[in-house]
Structure formats: structure tokens, C-alpha cells
Design a protein around this ligand. Structure first.
Ligand code: NAP
Length: 284
């Protein structure tokens, strides 16, 4: 199994990355996490080979602890090979615990600039347009908003573009405007509902980056995954992550955690080689 992926054709990254959403706060209405623990997790992630971190300016706790600030504090000056991906689109008002709406096209430049400032970067490696709410993606038009990001890419503020939480039709609409380097949709190996989109990504060399790779709201209890974990003497989260990476060479993992021990466990999943039998079972 290849360990690397060439994002956008020119940024070589490890397929096992890290999602920063759980650094400031573990659950929607939970308390803020410990900042020092989060900084240690980021240091350790990079030490373990993470060179792709997924974040967003709207990943913060109401008390102020924010993923972008933590990433900058822990890792800046950044390793030259570190790819930081961010998402724009969702609107989160003051006092809200999570995004409740969408920014308009005219507001996206300011959101990109906010990410640049918070992260202390002069350009962003990968910016996803993330339309919609929490319900399944629909086919609402994304062209006007994606065109704004394409313009910022032309200006050099963004290296590669992505789309997140999209339908196949929305991906195609975006691709008619500018190259799409990555798709970030909800997917875990127990609910592989995005097969059509994944096939497009494989055909076009687009990264497929699942969010909620460990189920989102608790590690899934799935007989096939439990059996794979048991056969390999691995944990269920490790089997879920190894399963993702084994399913497709365009799959990138970005498991999130606020726990140092979970980080160690999750990163070790990159070394778990699934057998053809495991894969055949996962595909049933
Ligand atoms: N585009 C989007 O709409 C969207 C939506 C959601 C997330 N994301 C991105 O996707 C990334 C991945 O999603 P996620 O972090 O929400 O994934 P996830 O599948 O929900 O996994 C994270 C959850 O699993 C727990 N966990 C992590 N490792 C574990 C382990 N080894 N054993 C037991 N529990 C474990 C975490 O708790 P602990 O903190 O206790 O480990 C946390 O509750 C996010 O970090 C974010 O960057 C994007």
C-alpha cells in the first residue's frame, strides 16, 4: 500500500494526516479542552510523520480556544513540507457553538484572509468550499462561491482547491470552474455511501478525504471491522482507519482527537496492512 499521495499532483503528503476539529473542544456543547495538551498533540503528530493537517477558522470553543491559533502556536515556523488544509463557507455567529448558516460569495475573501492571518501563512495549501448544513449534500449551486475561491487561487493566496460535503453534481459544477484537488465528504468504512464520488476521484486523481472516519459520534460497532481488528490484534479505530486507507489509493485519513493516547493509536494504523480477505469483507 502506498503511503503517499500527490495532492493536486504536486504536494506529496502522507496519507495518514490529522484533523484539528477536536483540539479546542471534543463535543458540540462540551467544555474547552486543555490548550497545552492540544499543542503537545500537534507536536507529536508532526513527529509521527503527519504533514497534512485539516482545520477551519470556525473550529473554536466559545471561550476562545481555536484550532488555527493552536496550530500556529505549536508549529510555526512551519516545517516546509507541512500542508495545511482549511474550509470556508460555513457561517458561525458570535456565541454559537457551531456554524448555523453559510457565508455569501462576497464574504469568502475575508474568510480566506482570516485563515491566512490566524495561521500566519502567506498562502493556504488547500481550501475547501464547504456548502450545506449537517443534512446530506444536495445539488444547490456552488459555482458562484467556488469561482471566488478560484479567483483567489489565481491571485496566489490559495495553492489548491477542494470541495467538502458535496454531491457528484456539485463536484462537477466546481470542476467546470477550476481544478479540484480534494473532496472531503462524510464517509467511514461501515457506511461507504459515496461510491459514485469516490470513483470519480479515483479516475481523476482527486484526493478523497473522509470526515468522521471514526463514525463522528462514537466508534461504530460493526461485525466486519471488529473481526478485522481481532485478526490483527489491533483496536477497532485502527481497523477503521486502516480499512479506509486500504479501500482506495486516493483516500487520505484525517482522524481527529484531543487525546494524546488516541493520537498514538490512530497514527499506528498506517502500519496495519490489511489482507485481501479483510478488504473483500469490507467491500461486502
Ligand atoms: N467537512 C466537514 O463538514 C467536516 C465535518 C467534521 C469533521 N471534519 C474534519 O474531519 C476531521 C475528522 O473528523 P472527526 O475528528 O470528527 O472524526 P471522528 O470520526 O468523529 O473521530 C473523532 C472522535 O472519535 C474519538 N476518537 C479519536 N480517536 C479515537 C480512538 N483511537 N479511540 C476511541 N475514540 C477515538 C474522538 O474523541 P477523543 O478526542 O477523546 O479521542 C472524537 O470524539 C475533523 O478533525 C475535521 O478536521 C470535517
Amino acid at each position: 500500500m502506498t503511503r503517499h499521495f500527490d495532492l493536486g499532483g504536486d504536494l506529496r503528503i502522507n496519507r495518514m494526516g490529522f484533523g484539528a476539529m477536536r483540539l479546542p473542544v471534543s463535543s458540540l456543547h462540551g467544555p474547552a479542552n486543555d490548550r497545552d495538551t492540544g499543542l503537545k498533540i500537534l507536536h507529536r503528530a508532526v513527529e509521527l510523520g503527519v504533514d497534512h493537517i485539516d482545520t477551519a477558522a470556525f473550529y473554536y470553543h466559545q471561550d476562545g480556544l481555536a484550532a488555527n491559533e493552536m496550530i500556529r502556536a505549536a508549529l510555526s515556523p512551519y516545517p516546509s513540507d507541512l500542508v495545511i488544509a482549511t474550509k470556508v463557507g460555513p457561517y458561525r455567529g458570535e456565541g454559537d457553538s457551531h456554524p448555523t448558516g453559510q457565508l455569501r460569495a462576497a464574504q469568502l475573501r475575508a474568510e480566506v484572509e482570516r485563515n491566512l492571518t490566524e495561521l500566519g501563512r502567506d498562502h493556504l495549501d488547500l481550501v475547501y468550499l464547504r456548502p450545506g448544513g449537517i443534512e446530506d449534500p444536495d445539488d444547490e449551486p456552488v459555482g458562484e462561491r467556488f469561482a471566488v475561491l478560484a479567483g483567489l487561487r489565481e491571485e496566489g493566496l490559495i495553492r489548491h482547491l477542494g470541495v467538502s460535503h458535496v454531491s457528484p453534481a456539485q463536484l462537477e459544477e466546481a470542476r467546470r470552474i477550476a481544478p479540484v484537488a480534494a473532496v472531503q465528504n462524510r464517509f467511514d468504512v461501515t457506511q461507504p455511501q459515496d461510491t459514485e464520488l469516490l470513483a470519480v476521484c479515483e479516475r481523476e486523481g482527486i484526493a478523497y478525504v473522509p470526515y468522521f472516519p471514526l463514525g463522528g459520534f462514537g466508534v461504530p460497532d460493526d461485525a466486519r471491522v471488529n473481526a478485522i481488528a481481532a485478526r490483527h490484534g489491533a483496536t477497532v479505530p485502527q481497523a477503521l482507519l486502516a480499512g479506509l486507507l486500504a479501500l482506495s489509493p486516493v483516500m487520505l485519513a484525517i482522524p481527529g482527537t484531543g487525546s494524546p493516547s488516541h493520537l498514538e493509536e490512530n497514527m499506528a494504523a498506517a502500519d496495519l496492512a490489511l489482507t485481501p480477505q479483510d478488504l473483500a469483507e469490507l467491500r461486502t
